[in-house]
Design a protein around this ligand. Structure first.
Ligand SMILES: Nc1nc2c(ncn2[C@@H]2O[C@H](COP(=O)(O)OP(=O)(O)OP(=O)(O)O)[C@@H](O)[C@H]2O)c(=O)[nH]1
Ligand SMILES: [Mg+2]
Length: 220
């Protein structure tokens, strides 16, 4: 007798169950949550830092930092005196719902309005794992070149919002915004695009308004 077990399917099924559980826990407490994904160095941590810096008197934040190893990103967030949990995946190239669940239970949920989960820097694996947040954000930067949407379509398809970061570097780097916008419309038409700089703050207000609007709608 030959018994075949499809590991991949069961892994995704189990992950989806836990992700739903997380969504319910956060919904009950009216906590808005974001899964921040993107390639290594695209600017995920700086984007979170800048957002917290601007809104720390308006909302109470909690952050879960996912990295293969190390605590550098966790330390960067800690300076704002907000609750932060650093998860080390020990080799895995993405966070899964089970890891995020552990992170969530280590945050003081009654004292939090908004949670950012920074996923492992990678444009492939994180796109396949629902981590139970309300919204997915992909951060792409102009220094990564023009072809990212065509090469990594799933990441852009699963994201509600695409942040095109580092626009302050445009004088030094060739980047075709029109092509990027066209690719996004074609491959991920539902994904909203904001072009900004987390360094200089150019257009950052568009993201802040997007976030405030979501918070006010309280549809999550
Ligand atoms: N010029 C410029 N630099 C930026 C911008 N955003 C981030 N950076 C820089 O890019 C580098 C990487 O930023 P991080 O925020 O650490 O990137 P990350 O995506 O969190 O990186 P990993 O967690 O390692 O995947 C840092 O030197 C940032 O200062 C931007 O908008 N403009
Ligand atoms: Mg980071």
């Amino acid at each position: 007798m030959l018994k075949v077990i499809k590991i991949e399917e069961s892994v995704f099924e189990e992950n989806e169950k836990i992700a739903e559980e997380i969504r319910n826990i956060l919904k009950e407490r009216k906590i808005l949550s974001f899964n921040i994904m993107g390639g290594p160095g695209s600017g995920k941590t700086l984007f979170i830092e800048k957002t917290v810096e601007i809104l720390k008197d308006e909302f109470k934040f909690g952050v879960i930092e996912g990295d293969i190893e190390g605590t550098e990103d966790g330390e960067r967030i800690k300076k704002f005196n907000i609750p932060v949990v650093q998860i080390n995946t020990g080799g895995a190239c993405h966070l899964d719902a089970n890891m995020v669940k552990k992170g969530i239970f280590n945050l003081p949920l009654d004292k939090i309005d908004i949670i950012f989960v920074e996923n492992v820097g990678n444009l492939v694996c994180p796109a396949e794992f629902d981590v139970g947040t309300e919204k997915n954000i992909v951060i792409s930067s102009i220094t990564e070149g023009n072809g990212k949407i065509e090469k990594y379509p799933l990441m852009f398809k699963v994201s509600d919002l695409c942040i095109l970061n580092k626009i302050d570097l445009l004088p030094y780097i060739e980047f075709d915004f029109e092509k990027f916008e066209k690719d996004l419309k074609k491959i991920a038409p539902e994904t909203f695009l904001i072009k900004l700089s987390s360094k200089t703050g150019k257009n950052f207000n568009e993201w802040i308004e997007y976030l405030r609007k979501l918070r006010m709608e309280k549809k999550f």
